[in-house]
Ligand binder design. Sequence first.
Ligand SMILES: N[C@@H](CCC(=O)N[C@@H](CS)C(=O)NCC(=O)O)C(=O)O
Length: 221
Amino acid sequence: MSKLVLYGVETCPPVRACKLTLAALGLKYEYKLVDIVAGEQRTKEYFLKNPQRSVPTLEDDGKFIWESHAICAYLVRRYAKDDALYPKDYFKRALVDQRLHFESGVLFQGCIRSFAAPLVYKNETEIPRSKIDEIFEAYDFLESFIGNQPYLCGSGITIADYSMVSSVSSLVGLAPIDSKRYPKLSGWLERMSSLPNYHSLNGDGAQKLIDMFNSRITKIG
Ligand SMILES: N[C@@H](CCC(=O)N[C@@H](CS)C(=O)NCC(=O)O)C(=O)O
C-alpha cells in the first residue's frame, strides 16, 4: 500500500472530516501539522503541494489532493472494501454529494469561514447577529435532511456525516443546538459523538476552535 500523509491542523473542520474518514477505513497515515495561523500554508514548499494554500491536503504516493470532500470520496473509492461510506448507486451517491456540497458551501464557507476568517486574519472581534441567524437556518435544513433516519443519508453512516459533524460540532459554541427545537439534529450529533475515538479525531479539535472563537469575540451585535 502507498504511503499516505495528511497535512492539516486539528482546529480545521475539513481536516477533522478527513481524519474521521481515514479512521473509519482503518488507514495508517502520517500527520503533518500545518500551522495556518502562523502562515505555514503560505510557504513555497506548501504551495508546490497545494497551490490553493489550504488545509487539508492529502499526499498519496507522491500525488497531492486537496479539498476535504474530494479527499474523503477519493479515500473511499481507492481504499474501502465496500461502497457503504460513498455508495456507487447513482441516487444514493447524489444524496451524499448534495450533503457534501451543503457542508462545503452553506455550513463551512457560509457559516464558519465567513466570520472566522475576519477574526483570525483581520483581528476583528465583533460578529453580526445575522451570522448566528444563518447558522440556525442551516440547522433547520439539517433537521429536515435527517428526518426519521439515524444518519444524514439514511440508515448507514457516510462521508457526508463525517463532513457535516466536523462543522456542526464547531458551531455549537456560538449556536447551541436545543434538543426541543432540533430533536433530529441533536440525536444525530449524539450518535456521531459516540463513535469510537470521536473526541481525539474531531471533538477535541472542535472544542479548541470554539475556545479560539470565544477568546476573540467580544460582541455579537
Ligand atoms: N472547502 C475546503 C475548505 C478548506 C479551508 O478553507 N481550510 C482553511 C482552514 S479550516 C484553510 O486552509 N485556511 C488557510 C487560509 O485561509 O490561508 C475543504 O473542505 O477542504
